[in-house]
Design a protein around this ligand. Structure first.
Ligand SMILES: Nc1ncnc2c1ncn2[C@@H]1O[C@H](COP(=O)(O)OP(=O)(O)OP(=O)(O)O)[C@@H](O)[C@H]1O
Ligand SMILES: Nc1ncnc2c1ncn2[C@@H]1O[C@H](COP(=O)(O)OP(=O)(O)OP(=O)(O)O)[C@@H](O)[C@H]1O
Ligand SMILES: [Mg+2]
Ligand SMILES: [Mg+2]
Lengths: 463, 463
């Protein structure tokens, strides 16, 4: 007879840690460093703070394969009453709003704590002091897996005698530095390339120190919280928006709850589809809601989403970064206009580097980023790879493989449709695929012109 | 100021449906058929029932891109008081036990319901009658996403006037049959190959009918629930086992809660590590638990896991299946002995087919299965691909590419470490990688001998 039961989200991710990228000790060490570093960057550059981040990875003196990871940042800190849930409750987050951040699931820090708890059994240590707070707070936390809630083993606080603000996270996990080393170092390096305003220092178990000093004091404008765009709104989201809105009429609802809808646009929209502007949206029947959702999806006159709440890397910075790491003879980059995916605004950026010190290979070298996070694994199941390897006929642009060609793709937005909670590859979403393709064709055309010009000059020289 | 909140598992998977394989209408149609068919097979062959399964996919008459999917089975049915949670509560399942089943997450049916709810807005319809029940039960269910609980819009029951038992699931979703068609048909065909005891009929939106008649009445022994093996037990699992066990002493705990541990083995184990057999495991300190977990992991005298609770396809059936689909000139297959991964017993099976009607290609054709589920996507991020394309030097076995070579890999066990909840590829787990490699070398050696013999015969003929 079948034994039915339900389990908590903590138990789900404890049983299925491979789903979150923790599939073996080397991957777990990589993923743990990532999750903590991504949290540190979200706590700084999304809040107008020039990041100063220190990462320390050391071997435990007695237990083999046990590593202690410490990540320290000068970010906004965490209000003490939220710390236990932030590190001890799966699906708890401050990033469930519509804003471009690296984090989005409410899971990362908890996976690190869970993995440490199951492999080593020690609590995570948190030290934090929010901006403006006069105290420093310290915690030792474990997760009650069955109930999905934090177990606070220790907490303390003391007066702050400096103006330090930020967070220190210390955890002990089973890992494998030998196998993880190359990817961890690559990950931090590729992070530094797109955050030239950050100081990042990493001490490794082999006692190597990697220092990425900031090369600019100018922080890009931080991403801002926004409203959903009407395109791609599904029925459930529409129902949720209506439920949580204080708007009394349909017209007020459209203007207040969406971006890209002003009074004039709202009136035209309602007139075109025969909606009553004064109707209370809470009184709509299921059929009327379906009609409204369908109309919102197809109406083409809504203003395209603005880019100003998003935070792309920028074409100049992409070119600088490619120049610095690859030393190519030619480099080009483009930042596309925003598009909409299920109500979310997305910007795709594409960079191309050719020749110079790039070694020839059978496929383009692909450097992927999503919300400024470097994606290093699962390349072949990423939508970018599909575009670069299948949708583009490179011979049309004058490229014969093997060729010295590198492509950088950055997708940023208020939601990244990752294929997995380990954030390694982006799903096959049609609008993203076509944006990458169009951006790639733009930079490839520039390469084609460059190669043609180069060939003409070489022929002239020969004569 | 950061807005902290927690969300329910239903809201998590609603917001991140790409994580579960629902990344576009074509994938969603494929995934929906899969999830329902996998549930129907679990309800039959895991319970000694020869499966009779009907799949119907029809276009909605008025709404474009809306499809209605119906899956009917003759399985064990669902007790009516569990139906609402089974289809309306995310992370609710009867497969959270240690038994080889296709399902494992408690999510599949709910994802189909969620996706239908957000794209079309109609409830899922369930009709079910458990074996031995005298009534048939009908439900219409939607999911309260915020609270992660079912909304029962309709329920009814009536006396059963036949001995039918089983379940019918009917749902309306947005899909794209044009783009999904090839993969859905391939998925059902590859399912039928490894379930030759099943009748599967599928009616498609193009009014095609695919019929897979059973070619045998003999069902393999159903998989059975088992206990964890001591190898790979982590601290958390050890604590949970102790907590839920009614054993009064350590000796009783070891014998009762694990497979592969008899009285003699338990005594030897405890003596070797200096444990007191009469100690109540509930009194162990954190340090003693760590010592016990470590000892359980390393002690080499525990009996290897038995294969009898698992349900592999079997070498004969793999060869038959490869022969039938590929018409090769040579075929070989091997079923490996069970190994342990984190307390779970796993069996890897490898099949190889060469020549004949197989078209030559640059890489081996790879047919992947996990717990008898065909895996069609994300091939290049699967551990099998890594072994087939990187770990094996095919020239050593007499293979020069392009070559007409196909490999089948089946991994079965009480837990499959998938990379994602969409069940498309298996994570890089070291013991699985080495098992696939060893199995592959076994069948490749047989191919090498065959090719050598063939070459000798051809040379003899030439003289
Ligand atoms: N270093 C930090 N500084 C400030 N806040 C932090 C820090 N680390 C974690 N947090 C807070 O804890 C919350 C939970 O972090 P966690 O990594 O689990 O989820 P997330 O970052 O929101 O999403 P994701 O799972 O995608 O990483 C964050 O939303 C953030 O509010
Ligand atoms: N056709 C069916 N016949 C009998 N029981 C079913 C059927 N479909 C679903 N169930 C029951 O409903 C439960 C939930 O199904 P669901 O697909 O959501 O999860 P699962 O199959 O347990 O795991 P997974 O998410 O990996 O598919 C199953 O565990 C099973 O007990
Ligand atoms: Mg995070
Ligand atoms: Mg299922």
């Amino acid at each position: 007879v079948e034994k039915f039961k339900s389990i908590s989200p903590a138990e789900f991710f404890y049983r299925n840690k491979e789903i979150a990228g923790f599939s073996n000790p080397a991957r777990a060490l990589y993923q743990s460093v990532r999750e903590l570093l991504e949290n540190a960057l979200d706590a700084t550059d999304a809040h107008g703070i020039l990041p100063d981040i220190e990462i320390t990875i050391t071997r435990d003196k007695s237990k083999s394969f046990v590593y202690r990871i410490t990540v320290k940042d000068n970010g906004i800190g965490i209000p003490p009453h939220y710390v236990p849930d932030a590190f001890g409750r799966v699906l708890f987050s401050s990033k469930y709003v519509l804003r471009q951040t690296r984090g989005m699931f409410g899971l990362g820090a908890k996976m690190v704590v869970l993995y440490g708890q199951m492999t080593v059994g020690e609590p995570v240590e948190i030290i934090t002091s929010p901006i403006g707070s006069r105290r420093v707070y310290a915690f030792k936390i474990m997760i009650d897996i069955k109930e999905n809630k934090p177990i606070v083993l220790y907490k303390a606080s003391w007066p702050k005698n400096s103006d330090w603000h930020g967070t220190i996270v210390r955890v002990a996990i089973e890992g494998d530095w030998g196998r993880a080393r190359q990817r961890v170092i690559e990950y931090v390096r590729r992070t530094a390339i797109v955050t030239p305003y950050a100081n990042i220092v990493m001490l490794t178990p082999d006692n190597e120190v990697y220092v990425y000093r900031r090369v600019t004091e100018s922080l890009p404008p931080p991403p801002r919280e926004t409203k959903p765009h009407p395109h791609g709104i599904d029925l459930e989201m529409l129902k949720m928006l209506i439920k949580s809105s204080d708007a009394k009429t349909l017209e007020e609802f459209l203007i207040k709850e969406f971006q890209g809808v002003g009074k004039v646009t709202a009136e035209r929209f309602m007139r075109q589809y025969g909606f009553d502007p004064n109707r209370d949206p809470r009184t709509f029947t299921q059929e009327e809601l379906e009609k409204l959702a369908k109309a919102l999806k197809e109406y083409s006159e809504f203003r395209a989403p603005r880019a100003d709440h998003l935070s792309p890397i920028g074409a100049e910075l992409i070119k600088l970064g490619l120049q610095a790491i690859l030393k190519p003879e030619f480099v080009e980059a483009v930042t596309r206009k925003p598009v909409v995916y299920e109500g979310h605004a997305l910007i795709v950026e594409v960079g191309l580097a050719y020749g110079g010190a790039i070694p020839p290979s059978d496929h383009p070298i692909l450097l992927r980023y999503a919300n400024k996070i470097p994606l290093l694994y699962d390349e072949k199941s990423d939508v970018s790879w599909k575009v670069v390897a299948e949708n583009i006929d490179w011979s049309y642009y004058g490229i014969q493989f093997p060729a010295p060609l590198a492509i950088l793709v950055h997708v940023c937005g208020t939601k990244i449709p990752y294929k997995g909670v380990g954030k390694e590859s982006i799903a096959d979403v049609p609008v993203i695929e076509s944006e990458i393709e169009n951006g790639l064709r733009q930079v490839a055309r520039a390469l084609k012109a460059y190669l043609a010009k180069k060939r003409r000059e070489e022929e002239l020289q020969r004569k």
